[in-house]
Design a protein around this ligand. Structure first.
Ligand code: BES
Ligand code: MN
Ligand code: ZN
Length: 498
């Protein structure tokens, strides 16, 4: 997809002869109002803009986009009013996330349009830019008739007295949004084209472009290294598993951060086969892998003063004559043994190997993310990732996740659940014998492989990684690109505060 071109305009934005002029609306306590900064547009309409918009049904609610012809009131052809929702606080305050979503909804509504000018930047330039690029995303590689392209060019009005360097704000927003869109592309690519080997090739291309080092362990290398979890899960497919290691290091790195992401390119459940309904959505079971690859590339692009090393276990979970079985015992990387009671709990097995390997680099922090459990969706729904791990770092990650707008909620690892992973013959079983606290017992399983004393966070994105409903805000149907913005923000926070 070609992304829209973004720019900042110094000249009078309202006087621009664009195809569309984007303004924000608010759902005030007394009905529709205009977002701060739109007063001049209102004057151009003789003070009647609210009435005009209300006449065609505008309420200012989130995800509402109303277009009215300008008919010469301003040089733009149409005025596009995008709803911010209700303001929080007395002075029509809106959050960055409200701006991001409103910009995303407007960008979706402007597909096929050449040139738009946006006043949303008067509220928050970075959020307006990010929302525009995220909302304009479409995945059309597999359509012979791709339809309307994204809005071509969006110019942002420069807020008066803006803090910092607006060009730098635009650049960072663009880099972050394009990393999210890279992750989305990977998630949306079907598993007949995206399997461990081809994923590795794409990751290598991305790494090369950004000056990130990459090493790829193939099956032979995995066998030599003793990666029993990855080999066990990948054994049922003719497309063999891989383990990627991507490394970016700033010459004056203040901290070293390990990233791990689950890369099951398709999860059928294996011999413990899943039911057919929605099995197609298991093409998104590599969303964690996509996010960490995009994040290490982003860290390099933005030159974070960090060392960031991503480990990405890739496998296809299929049933066959060579597949691993319920009842098998796997010897994991590092030597621990695991009794497989359910081949559909495969993510934790490939992750265990990768987490053990990641600790050998002696990182200061570990962030791991996966579409790990259906129980996450049951507990927190489709839009809120569950965050587990070492108490302090877990809380820090969850709070940052909410600040980015991706959401995230700290979840416990209750001690009494650990015993339910005891195995009758190995060190550990891969599932408990019951369905209670499924997200948490998966977290417990991972904890067994985290080096003592390493601050770590596990982000379960089973629901949030993939949008199987209609688009909303800046979130398209399909891969959402979570939790790239959370990881980026945590990395930025570590770079700043250690
Ligand atoms: N990839 C699934 C988890 C998942 C479910 C992701 C729904 C996205 C949406 C994972 O490998 C899995 O199958 N987990 C099992 C674990 C169970 C066997 C303990 C689950 O959640 O049912
Ligand atoms: Mn599974
Ligand atoms: Zn899975």
């Amino acid at each position: 997809m070609t992304a829209p071109t973004l720019a900042i305009t110094d000249s009078d934005p309202i006087g621009a002869s664009a195809d569309a002029l984007i303004i924000g609306t608010l759902a005030g306590p007394d009905g529709l109002t205009l977002a701060p900064g739109s007063a001049e547009v209102d004057s151009a309409f003789g003070g009647g803009l609210v009435d005009l918009l209300a006449a065609v049904g505008a309420k200012g609610k989130a995800d509402e986009v109303v277009k009215i012809p300008a008919r010469g009131a301003v040089p733009a052809t149409v005025v596009v009013a995008t709803g911010l929702g209700s303001s929080s606080g007395p002075e029509e305050q809106v959050t960055a996330e409200q701006v991001r979503r409103a910009a995303g909804a407007a960008a979706r509504a402007l597909a096929g349009t050449g040139h738009a000018v946006s006043l949303l930047s008067l509220l928050d330039l970075g959020a307006a830019a990010q929302g525009t690029l995220l909302g304009a995303y479409r995945f059309t590689r597999y359509r012979t008739e791709p339809g309307d392209g994204p809005v071509g060019r969006v110019e942002f009005a420069l807020p008066p007295g803006v803090e910092g360097d607006p060009q730098a704000t635009l650049k960072a927003a663009t880099a972050i949004a394009s990393a999210v869109n890279t992750a989305r592309d990977l998630v949306n690519t079907p598993p007949n084209d995206l399997f461990p080997e081809s994923f590795a090739e794409r990751a290598a291309d991305l790494a090369k472009e950004a000056g990130v080092d990459i090493e790829v362990l193939d099956e032979k290398g995995l066998r030599k290294g003793g990666y029993g979890g990855i080999l066990g899960v990948g054994g049922g497919s003719t497309r063999g598993p891989r383990l990627l290691r991507l490394r970016y290091a700033h010459p004056r790195a203040v901290k070293k951060v390990a990233l791990v992401g689950k890369g099951i390119t398709f999860d059928s459940g294996g011999i413990s086969l899943k039911p057919p309904a929605d099995m197609d959505q298991m093409t998104s079971d590599m969303s964690g892998a996509a996010a960490v690859v995009a994040s290490v590339v982003l860290a390099a692009r933005l030159r974070y003063p960090l060392e960031v090393i991503a480990h990405v276990p890739l496998a296809e979970n299929l049933p066959s004559g060579t597949a691993y079985r319920p009842g098998d015992v796997l010897t994991m990387y590092g030597g621990k043994t695991v009794e497989v009671l359910n081949t559909d709990a495969e993510g934790r097995l490939v992750l265990a190997d990768a987490i053990t390997r990641a600790a050998e680099d002696d990182p200061d922090y570990l962030i791991e993310t996966s579409t790990l459990t259906g129980a996450q969706v049951v507990a927190l729904g489709k839009r809120t990732p569950g965050v587990m791990g070492e108490d302090e770092f877990r809380d820090r990650v969850a709070e940052i996740a909410r600040a980015t707008g991706e959401g995230g909620w700290a979840m416990p690892l209750p001690e009494e659940l650990r015993g339910d992973l005891d195995s009758k013959l190995a060190d550990l079983a891969n599932v408990t014998g019951h369905r209670w606290g499924g997200m948490l017992s998966a977290g417990h399983f991972l904890r067994e492989f985290v080096k003592d004393g390493l601050p770590w966070a596990h982000i379960d994105i089973a629901g949030p990684a993939f949008n199987d409903k209609g688009p909303w805000g800046y979130t398209p149907k399909g891969g959402t690109g979570l939790p790239v913005r959370t990881i980026a923000a945590v990395l930025a926070d570590i770079a700043e505060h250690g």
